[in-house]
Ligand binder design. Structure first.
Ligand code: GLN
Length: 306
């Protein structure tokens, strides 16, 4: 495994076509596109890493997996009143479907859906409390207390909030948000601004590898059924309108973020994190996807067969 990751990281370092770094969040536009990291964590406690796997990056939409897990823990299946579970086939920040579907977002991984999930987590709590809970939950998942919010990234996104604010206002107009729009999106931006490195992110995904149990720490995070369902949502919706392409090329449940990270789960085998800041035209890491494709090709880990 270590040789394979070294080989992949070596190839990715040399790639000339690297995609475009997200620039609608100015703080992300400063990140050096030459970076590439990969980490594989297995349920028996091994961690393999190569390239810039210990460089922190903004996990952005990958945080939606952790927020969904927390929200399901609080609300159980009643969460599905607020958000659907179908692929959207639209870009992550699209507003069009919301109008047709009376403000109910298609799934928890597009921005509108993630905003609805934050609103659900907030029930009766102030943003500060929610953020403290979110951060301690992600620290617990990764078994690492060093994780932090990158407040500069959150502030940068807040300055350019208009698209997400529009989604939230639109849902509010349909009576679908319970809290003040500014409070909800402020909380959402901080959630997206959690900084992690590939090793930490791979460790945070371990509970989805082993039916809801993090076998390394010996803790049950969610039931087996819930872990399976979160994986299926990642497979169907984790890459927005690129989810079909990701399933075709990689064949693993995965969640991307505009910081260039991807968390992919090979059930019963490993949790994998890749990071390279350059994105394809859909907003998914270009080299991250390519690296996962190579890894799956070599390991036969696709859930669809060898
Ligand atoms: N915080 C980002 C946004 O709301 C997350 C998007 C993403 O990672 N795809 O636009």
């Amino acid at each position: 495994m270590q040789d394979l990751l070294n080989d992949i990281a070596g190839k990715m370092k040399l790639a000339t076509e690297r995609g475009e770094v997200a620039n609608y969040i100015p703080q992300l536009a400063h990140v050096d596109p030459q970076q590439f990291g990969i980490a594989v964590a297995t349920p028996d406690g091994q961690v393999f890493a190569a390239g810039d796997a210990r460089e922190p990056f903004s996990i952005q939409s990958i945080s939606k997996v952790f927020a969904l897990t927390l929200a399901l823990g609080k609300q159980g299946d009643s969460l599905w009143q607020y958000v659907g579970r179908e692929p959207s086939g639209d870009p992550f920040n699209s507003i069009v479907q919301l109008e047709h579907e009376s403000g109910k977002p298609r799934n928890p991984f597009i921005n509108a859906g993630a905003i609805a999930v934050v609103d659900a987590i907030m029930m009766g709590h102030e943003p500060k409390e929610v953020l403290a809970e979110l951060l301690s939950f992600v620290r617990f998942l990764a078994n690492d207390d060093r994780l932090y919010f990158d407040h500069e990234v959150a502030a940068s996104e807040l300055e350019h909030k208009h698209r997400n604010a529009s989604l939230a206002h639109f849902m509010k107009a349909f009576g679908r948000l319970h809290h003040d729009v500014d409070k909800v999106i402020g909380t959402y931006f901080h959630q997206c601004a959690v900084a992690m490195n590939c090793v930490q992110l791979a460790q945070a995904g371990l509970f989805l590898v082993s039916d809801g149990v993090n076998q390394v720490t010996g803790t049950r995070v969610v039931s087996a059924q819930r872990a399976r369902r979160i994986n299926s949502l990642m497979m169907m919706c984790g890459h927005y309108d690129g989810s079909g392409e990701f399933a075709f090329r990689v064949g693993l449940p995965g969640k991307s973020g505009v910081g260039g990270g991807i968390l992919a789960i090979a059930p019963a085998r490993a949790s994998i994190a890749v990071w390279s800041p350059g994105l394809d035209n859909i907003g998914n890491s270009l080299l991250g996807t390519r690296a996962l494709e190579m890894l799956v090709q070599e390991t036969g880990w696709s859930v669809f067969g060898h």
